[in-house]
Design a protein around this ligand. Structure first.
Ligand code: C2O
Length: 472
């Protein structure tokens, strides 16, 4: 059965010109129609450690670890495609996309081939990658099957995780896994960079150690379940509608080719257009997800354009960290108060707090919750209207991360309509808004543990701006 499929794929590959013309997209449309039902990517929270999904994953990891690093199917090679500290140059090493609009598409491709490799190495042809659904309150700890070093034969375990994860005492904080701030963005690029921050980077940072750095993260077996969830969130964001769509008017996003290896160790390439429809093109779907939105490169609705206008710059943005202290600063709004309150209440305008040219010398090992408009002396509460999002780093923005294309700073954009409205409702004559950055890393027994930033973060520029859909 499996062999049959491989042969068919090969056949389709060689005739891809004709097939692509016929199907209007790629060879995978045809391949998936001919194969059995879609692979189901399941919530790891519903899988006992004895489940065949986890057993096969272990078995495959073991087999991949036995291969030499130079073999594209080896565990090391697969991780090195993401990033590695190993010397030497091999095809596709160190090619992960961070801080660019390829973040979702590149990782989707990466996971898809990885999943095929696991299928082959485990001999489990129906295998599909599970996802870590940490936004659910019941799944805030590292999934149990990944924790126990017992019998040294648990290939889902690594000691290279931050404190408390492997003994099950640490939990992800609600702010590190929240998707609402990212989902509030309708333009793709803003959604992508926001979700890449939270939950994506925030979860990386919270787990720490290997997971905290581009060059080591993909060696941790949990990395793949984390990214499977990120990929699922891309589908969910599209399904939320309201004009949310992929950048189908952008030929660079659609046509740029990325290189990977298939389960036979052959070099392969995919483009954005090849991976738009998870179920139809790539043949997988997620447990519990609504009907997938089907986008097509060849025919798409006009993509709205957005105009962003800066209202004012915030003079002297604060220096953040190192250390354990929250960082307060004040934003003078005397000249802008009336405009701010008008825009905050407008239905089709997004008021944004932008931090640009943001950089840290090293991974700060914490993320910062960002609050705006907090009453003086009030406790920062994640579930209050004053919480607007997080400052979280993974890869870009971190000076000592080895990234292809070299260093580039990070930027963050927080939608602040709700916070501004709440603050001005409390005090319609306020001359300033209090902002507060609070370092966080994890929780124990439901409470945030002490968090200490191990690097200084510089915010090159901070501003308040307004974003509107361009009228046609
Ligand atoms: Cu390329 Cu979560 O990383």
């Amino acid at each position: 059965m499996a062999d049959h499929r491989v042969t068919r794929r090969k056949f389709l590959k060689t005739s891809s010109v004709a097939t692509a013309a016929f199907f209007g997209s790629t060879v995978f449309d045809a391949g998936s129609l001919l194969a059995a039902g879609p692979h189901l990517r399941r919530d790891v929270g519903g899988l006992p450690s004895t489940s065949s999904v986890l057993k096969s994953y272990k078995k495959a990891i073991q087999a991949m670890k036995a291969l030499p690093t130079s073999n594209p199917l080896s565990w090391d090679y697969q991780a090195a495609i993401h990033g590695t500290l190993l010397a030497g140059t091999h095809t596709a090493w160190n090619t992960c996309e961070h801080g660019t609009y390829f973040f979702f598409s590149w990782h989707r491709m990466y996971l898809w081939y990885f999943e095929k490799i696991i299928r082959k190495m485990s001999g489990h042809p129906e295998w599909a990658l599970p996802f870590w659904n940490y936004e659910s309150g019941a799944e805030r700890k590292l999934p149990e099957p990944f924790r126990s070093p017992a019998a040294a034969s648990n290939d889902l375990y690594t000691p290279n995780r931050g404190p408390g994860w492997n003994d099950g005492t640490s939990e992800l904080l609600p702010s590190s896994v929240a998707t609402a701030a990212a989902f509030a963005h309708v333009p793709f690029n803003d959604f992508s960079s926001s979700l890449e921050g939270t939950p994506h980077a925030a979860v990386h940072v919270s787990i720490g150690s290997w997971m905290g750095s581009i060059s080591t993260a993909a060696q941790d077996p949990i990395f793949w379940l984390h990214h499977c969830n990120i990929d699922r969130l891309w589908n969910l964001w599209l399904a939320a509608g309201g004009g949310r769509t992929d950048p189908l008017g952008d030929s660079t996003w659609k046509d740029t080719k990325f290189t990977f290896f298939d389960e036979n160790g052959n070099e392969v390439q995919l483009t954005g257009c090849d991976i738009l429809r998870a179920q139809k093109q790539l043949h997988y779907r997620y447990e519990g997800e609504p009907k997938q939105v089907e986008l097509f490169c060849a025919r798409h609705l006009p993509i709205p354009t957005w105009v962003k206008e800066m209202l004012f710059k915030i003079p002297e943005p604060p220096v953040v960290g190192p250390g354990p202290d929250p960082v307060p600063f004040e934003i003078d709004i005397r000249e802008f108060r009336d405009r701010l309150s008008r825009i905050a209440a407008e239905r089709d305008a997004d008021l944004l707090l932008d931090f640009t040219e943001v950089e840290a010398d090293r991974q700060p090992d914490v993320y910062y919750e960002v609050y705006l408009g907090l009453p003086k002396g009030a406790e920062p509460q994640f579930d209050s209207p004053y919480y607007v999002g997080n400052l979280a780093f993974f890869g870009h923005g971190v000076r000592d991360e080895r990234q292809h294309g070299g260093f580039h700073p990070a930027s963050f954009s927080f939608r602040i309509n709700r916070a501004v409205e709440a603050a001005l409702k409390r005090d319609a004559q306020a001359g300033s808004l209090n902002a507060l950055l609070v370092p966080r890393v994890a929780a124990r027994d439901g409470k945030p543990i002490a968090a200490r930033a191990s690097a200084k973060i510089r915010i090159g520029s901070a501003a308040i701006s307004v974003r509107r859909k361009q009228k046609r």
